[in-house]
Design a protein around this ligand. Structure first.
Ligand SMILES: [Zn+2]
Length: 209
């Protein structure tokens, strides 16, 4: 991937790349995630790499006493990050930016279990045409896409697609959310069998929780 273009050099040469396998964690008693997500103005697009919902609600996430605004969320199958060497069938990335353009991504793991009503809504509105955004008519409940327990692992990483820009604050929720086996299959049909980047070396980075 790093050979595609000089601009994508970080993908090959970076030392703080994502995703990672979360194994050794340094206890630091991070407070639970502080976020206020609404379910209002969104559009949905299948860009050929992932299914993405663009958000225009001004949803806020507080990290390091800085306000980050939710820009979009999208899906990977299987999960990109791993926990103790385990990949989950699906991972959701909530992508936020502060007013200086710094990024914070909240990752949510999904495991097979009870059907997820919000996932059902999203699967029902997959656009028929690649790269054509459609307005989301029905509100999607982001609460159903977030675990009840708001504790997380935190580390520094990158975008997982070119240009693989580093300096991204990564927060991966510890508690997975469920979706049904049928919903996992439906996602694989939309995203293809694998739209995930392999795990990258930590190179001395520390993961805290
Ligand atoms: Zn992603």
């Amino acid at each position: 991937m790093g050979k595609l273009s000089e601009d994508f050099g970080a993908c090959e040469k970076g030392y703080n790349q994502s995703p990672v396998d979360i194994q050794q964690v340094v206890k630091s008693e991070l407070p639970p995630l502080s976020l206020t997500y609404q379910a209002k103005d969104k559009s949905i697009i299948n860009n050929g790499h992932t299914l993405q919902l663009n958000v225009h609600d001004g949803d806020k996430l507080l990290v390091d006493d800085t306000e980050f605004t939710l820009l979009q969320f999208h899906f990977h199958t299987p999960s990109e990050n791993q926990i103790n060497g385990r990949a989950y069938p699906l991972e959701l990335h909530f992508v936020h930016s502060d007013d200086k353009g710094n990024l914070a991504v909240v990752g949510v793991m999904f495991e097979k279990g009870k059907a997820n009503p919000a996932i059902a809504d999203i699967l029902n509105m997959v656009p028929a045409t690649i790269n054509v955004a459609e307005a989301v008519a029905k509100p999607v409940s982001l609460a159903e896409l977030m675990p009840g327990d708001k504790h997380y692992f935190r580390f520094s990483g990158s975008l997982t697609t070119p240009p693989c820009t580093e300096g991204v604050r990564w927060l991966v929720m510890k508690q997975p959310v469920t979706l049904s086996a049928g919903q996992i299959d439906a996602f694989k049909k939309v995203l293809g069998d694998n739209n995930s980047r392999p795990v990258q070396p930590l190179n001395g980075r520390v993961i805290v929780d």
